[in-house]
Design a protein around this ligand. Structure first.
Ligand code: MN
Length: 256
């Protein structure tokens, strides 16, 4: 009886070990596949086609993103990490944009471009507030320093202010490299971000939703603050009300 029991528990233990081993193997395999399969991520040039198609660079002062595309093409490495990615930090920018409808553009550096979302109400530091973030076309990394006025009649016509910038990290990354972690969470539609901005700080979730928002071509997401030391109620302090000047030039929208 005792011997039988021992065998049974032994079997169970062996099964568990095998299961764990299989799991680990699968994880490793996925990681390897991920690194050697470039089809998952497009080159910066390919990602920026929509951005370039929508703009006339003879009329708008926005960056064309052409130099970046050329260098990326030359290297033939779609996933070549940028300088900030090598430091395990990626760049982000938030631009206040007085287009037909005022909104804040959140841009996150992923795969050599700025993945972009238009957030009508801007970011909130209140964990009880969900902010709609409508995904828009990828922007070039050079856009991170753009502040100015897009001529009316042109795509996105209106004033663009640099509202915040800095670096971000993916929380608890499964990958060794920060860009790969960001890429994977982006593909899964659930980013867990730690912002190191001057105005936006700490932990946020950016989650893809279904059938929400009016954009037909690109999905809608929600930007939600996590509870941490940087969280505070919207009623006590609103980020967009508190900060109304450029983070780099200290100008108001009217002064830009
Ligand atoms: Mn915009």
């Amino acid at each position: 009886m005792a011997a039988r029991k021992k065998t049974a528990s032994g079997k169970v233990a062996a099964k568990t070990t095998r299961k764990t081993a299989r799991k680990t193997t699968r994880k490793t395999a996925r990681k390897t596949t991920h690194k050697t399969t470039p089809k998952k991520s497009l080159s910066a040039a390919e990602q920026l086609k929509e951005y370039q198609r929508k703009r006339d660079f003879g009329k708008t002062a926005e960056p064309s993103g052409a130099s970046k595309s050329a260098s990326t093409l030359a290297s033939k490495t779609a996933r070549k990490p940028s300088r900030s990615a090598a430091k395990n930090k990626l760049e982000f920018v938030i631009q206040k944009h007085a287009a037909t409808q005022l909104h804040y553009d959140l841009r996150l550096e992923i795969d050599g471009v700025m993945k972009s979302w238009a957030v009508p109400k801007g970011p909130s530091a209140d964990p009880g507030v969900k902010r709609l973030a409508m995904q828009v076309e990828d922007h070039p990394v050079e856009y991170n320093s753009f502040e100015g006025t897009i001529p009316s009649g042109e795509y996105g016509g209106g004033t663009v202010m640099l509202w915040d910038n800095g670096t971000y990290e993916i929380e608890n990354p499964l990958e060794d490299d920060m860009n790969s972690a960001a890429h994977d969470q982006y593909e899964r539609g659930e980013l867990k971000i730690n912002f190191h901005g001057k105005r936006i700080k700490g932990s946020y979730a950016l989650v893809r939703t279904r059938g929400f928002g009016r954009s037909a071509s690109k999905p809608s997401w929600l930007l939600i603050k996590h509870r941490d030391e940087d969280a505070h109620p919207e009623s006590e302090s609103s980020l967009t009300t508190k900060y109304v000047k450029s983070v780099t030039t200290n100008r108001t929208m009217d002064e830009i």
